[in-house]
Design a protein around this ligand. Sequence first.
Ligand code: SAH
Length: 257
Amino acid sequence: MSADPARIDLSKVAIVLNRPRYPENIGAAARAMCNMGLHRLVVVAPERYEAERALKLATHGARHIVDAMVMAQDLGTALASFSFVVGTTARLGGQRRVYRRPEALAEALIPVSVDNTIAIVFGPEDRGLTNEDIRLCHALVNIPTADFSSLNLAQAVMILCYELRRVAVAAPAEATPRLANRFELDAMYDQLRDVLVRISFISHENPEYWMSRIRHFFTRMQLRARDVAILRGICRQIDWFGRKCYDDGRGGRAKER
Ligand code: SAH
C-alpha cells in the first residue's frame, strides 16, 4: 500500500522510554499508546522492572504492547535502527533551545514518516533526558505548561500520542457545497433592498448605505445557492403578505363606507 503523504503512518513510530523508574509508568504509557493507535514500545534499562506492576496499569487492552515491548541496554542501542529521533523535554534552555510544540512536531513528522522510522524518546521520571541523550535527537519537543513544567511520564506520552493520532486520522476536508454565484447574489440583494425599503426597514433615500452593511453580513456567511433560494422565497412572501394586507385594508375600508 502506498503511503499517504497527508497523514502520518503510526506503524513507523515507536515510543522509547529511557530508564523509567516505575513499572507502573511503563504500563500507563502502553495504555496511552494503545488508546491512540501506537503499538511499538521500546524500554531502555528500566529500574527494578516488574511485569506485574506494569501490566496492572496497562490493563487488558494494552497488555499486548507490554508483552511485545523491546528491552534495550542503553539508549544508543535502542535507537540504532531509527532514522529520525525526537527527544521530549520539560526543561528548556542550553542545548534545548530549539524545540517544537507537540502539534507542530506531529505535522512536521508527516513527511518524515513516509520513508523513515521514528522514535519519540522520554526521559526518566526524576532527571529527564541528559544532554548526552539529547545529542542523539534530531528534534526536541516541549509540552507547554504552567510554571510547574514536569508532567508525569505516561501523561507526557499520552499528549504526544494524541497529537500523532490527530495527524494520522485527519479527516479529509469536506467539499464545500456550491456557493451562490455573483448573479444569484445580486438578484437576491436587489430583491432584499426592494422589500426592506417597502417595509421601511431601510430608508428609501439612501438604501445602498444600509445594503452595503447587509452585504458584508451575508458575505461573511458564505451563502450557498440553496440559502439564496430560501432568502428570496422569504422576500417574495413578505412582499405578497404586504400587498395582501394593503388590499385587505382597502377592501375593509371600502366595506365600512
Ligand atoms: N524532572 C525532569 C522531568 C522528568 S518527567 C526534568 O525536569 O527534565 C519524565 C519525562 O516526561 C521527561 O523526561 C520527558 O520525556 C517527559 N516530560 C515531562 N514533562 C514534559 C514536558 N513539559 N514537555 C515534554 N516532555 C515532558
